[in-house]
Design a protein around this ligand. Structure first.
Ligand SMILES: Nc1ncnc2c1ncn2[C@@H]1O[C@H](COP(=O)(O)OP(=O)(O)OP(=O)(O)O)[C@@H](O)[C@H]1O
Ligand SMILES: [Mg+2]
Length: 335
């Protein structure tokens, strides 16, 4: 039974929330809540709530309280956070924990204040805020305390954030609101336009993960999905190929590449040459899209590589940043 205040790294993501302590993952669940509309009462959370998406009566709403990495539904976020912190703390919590919560690069002070307050509202004794690309860089052990340049490209569900880091801080960075959810939307609209069939977000996400790719694949794959005919409204099966998904993803992927490009354009030449030597670390769930590394390497002329734990490195980095508060003090957001 811990008789001291515990310290958690909380990666509050648009699609997934991950909580870590030291180098251990304590929780990894979809940032999704099902609420009773009238009472605004939470009835389900995490994977169970995500599974309810598109399958609930009118009295229940399935909500993503974060959008593009920022809090869209304050009370729901605070309730969810408070629930999650209790869950990872266990029943014997005597001292309130300290939290290092991640936020996207470039959010406004109003948006970051909301995260800080939600953290305190969830029962924490102290809340620190760290920008997600910095947390990810720490989580994947990039040598960011040196004067040499390091680059992270964090491809999340609601955002994509490119950052160049040196001397324990972010030198240049850019965030776009194009993330995995936009890729799913692009698949939905492609299937509707090309085949006249409507599919839901969970199906689009499955297509992306199972047969999707950022570049044309040598081995084409297929997947059958159930959709709804746009005209008759009746159910209709449809077989889609990897080629379909590659084509559907073109537009959002070019937006993602441009985000990295704009970051590189602003980067001082000395740091650029380091990055060409060391490459760019791809983190976040979007980094798992087949061919993403090759696609970015080819488009940017900088070697891009997938890190070992793309889904959890940001939370691990946030947890580690707790013990690095002194050297990071100029880089943590004011609270
Ligand atoms: N194998 C895969 N191929 C393609 N995309 C994937 C794969 N696995 C997960 N994803 C996508 O990664 C996204 C989730 O990534 P991540 O958990 O890093 O985002 P997040 O932290 O919740 O969002 P953000 O950081 O933007 O707030 C989802 O859109 C999901 O569909
Ligand atoms: Mg994230």
């Amino acid at each position: 039974m811990p008789l001291f205040s515990r310290e958690f790294g909380v990666d509050l993501g648009t699609t997934t929330t991950v909580i870590a302590e030291d180098s251990q993952i304590l929780l990894q669940e979809p940032t999704v809540v099902a609420v009773i509309v009238d009472e605004q009462k939470m009835v389900e959370w995490g994977q169970a709530a995500k599974d309810m998406y598109g399958r609930v009566p009118e009295s229940i709403e399935v909500v993503r309280p974060l959008q593009y990495g920022v809090i869209a539904e304050y009370e729901i976020t605070e309730n969810l956070l408070s629930f999650l912190i209790k869950k990872v703390s266990g029943p014997m919590l005597f001292f309130r924990p300290r939290l290092m919560i991640t936020v996207p690069y470039g959010i406004t002070s109003v948006e970051s204040r909301a995260v800080h307050e939600a953290g305190l509202g969830s029962g924490a004794r102290e809340v620190f805020l760290i920008q997600q690309p910095l947390a990810a860089a720490i989580g994947v052990d990039l040598p960011i305390s040196t004067p040499s340049g390091n680059m992270v490209f964090l491809l999340g569900g609601g955002t994509s954030q490119a950052a160049v880091l040196a001397m324990n801080g972010i030198v240049t960075a850019e965030t776009t609101r194009t993330g995995g959810l936009k890729l799913d939307e692009a698949i939905i609209s492609y299937v509707r336009k090309k085949y006249g069939i409507i599919i839901g977000q969970p199906t689009a996400e499955q297509l992306k993960i199972r047969i999707g790719s950022a570049i044309p694949m040598e081995q084409q794959q297929e997947m059958e999905v159930q959709g709804q005919d746009q005209v008759s409204g009746l159910p209709r099966p449809l077989v889609l190929t990897s080629e379909d998904i590659v084509e559907a993803l073109q537009e959002p992927l070019s937006d993602i590449v441009n985000t990295a490009r704009r970051t590189l354009e602003k980067t001082p030449p000395e740091l650029l040459s380091d990055i060409i030597d060391r490459g760019m670390a791809l983190c976040g769930g979007g980094a798992l899209l087949r061919g993403m590394d090759k696609f970015l390497t080819k488009s940017l002329g900088i070697p891009a590589y997938l890190v070992d734990e793309p889904l959890t490195c940001t939370a691990i980095g946030a947890a580690r940043a707790m013990g690095m508060r002194d050297i990071l003090r100029r880089s943590l957001l004011p609270t």
